[in-house]
Design a protein around this ligand. Structure first.
Ligand code: 13P
Length: 250
């Protein structure tokens, strides 16, 4: 069974609620591609108006983070129940910016992954090495650790439905894209790691995205690689160019 591509925007901390609705209206007609699952990852305050604006379209909405408790005294956090009730289908977890600026650990990411799955939200679990780690030759060691801890106690059937995003930190927001060979090498390595944790069937089904300076010019080449099942797109997801990325095969 061929894996369906999944192309997700990560708006990060951009777009007020009214700007968000205007952006959805601009992008709606541009992101029509039945070969691709299209996801908009938006700031928490934009979720409700963006879900409303996406009704009747092919666009699913992702949160950019989530807490791992059901409810309670966790000022400022958002629970999985809130996301489900608001119509969220995916959640980006463990983005390198959250790991770096907000000190999220692999163990935190694992708790969030388990909670999201429990509530029927599909995790987009991020991993990726720094430039220093790449230069030290420990890229795959580091990523295997992130993936193995992130997936602790996740069953094979649950893992099959998940999305993993490989985002080399040195390629994020830098305009310095990994070459399609570099991206493929790591995505293939992640798939091998999944086969070791689970089995070949799980590895064949889980979807692995590439993220890091994806744009309209490089998307087709990246997404043509055997183990790259789409992209997680930052800067270019805020522009009409996102339509060209989603329609990379047209
Ligand atoms: P850019 O596409 O802006 O490099 O961001 C990538 C990213 O971090 C997506 O999550």
């Amino acid at each position: 069974m061929a894996r369906k591509k999944i192309i997700a925007g990560n708006w990060k901390m951009n777009m007020t609620p009214s700007e968000a609705v205007a952006l959805v209206e601009t992008l709606k007609p541009l992101v029509q591609n039945e070969d691709v699952d299209v996801v908009f990852g938006v700031p928490a305050i934009d979720i409700v108006p963006v879900v409303e604006a996406c009704k009747g379209t092919n666009i699913a909405v992702a949160a950019e983070n989530m807490y791992f408790e059901e409810s309670g005294a966790y000022t400022g956090e958002i629970s999985p129940k809130m996301l489900v009730d608001a119509g969220v289908k995916y959640v980006i977890l463990g983005h390198s910016e959250r790991r770096d600026y907000f000190k999220e650990t692999d163990a935190d990411v694992n708790k969030k992954v388990l909670k999201a799955i429990e509530h029927g939200i599909t995790p987009i679990m991020c991993c990726g090495e720094s430039l220093e780690q790449r230069e030290q030759g420990i890229t795959m060691d580091f990523i295997r650790q992130q993936v193995k801890i992130g997936l602790q106690n996740v069953t094979a059937d649950q893992a099959k439905k998940m999305v993993i995003a490989y985002e080399p930190i040195w390629a994020i927001g830098t305009g310095k894209t990994a070459t399609s060979e570099q991206a493929e090498e790591v995505c293939k390595g992640i798939r091998q790691c999944i086969a070791e944790i689970y089995d070949d069937a799980t590895a064949a089904e889980i979807r692995i995205q590439y993220g890091g300076s994806v744009n309209a010019g490089n998307a087709a080449e990246l997404f043509a690689m055997e183990d790259i099942d789409g992209g997680l797109v930052g800067g270019a997801s805020l522009k009409p160019d996102f339509g060209k990325i989603v329609c990379y095969n047209k």
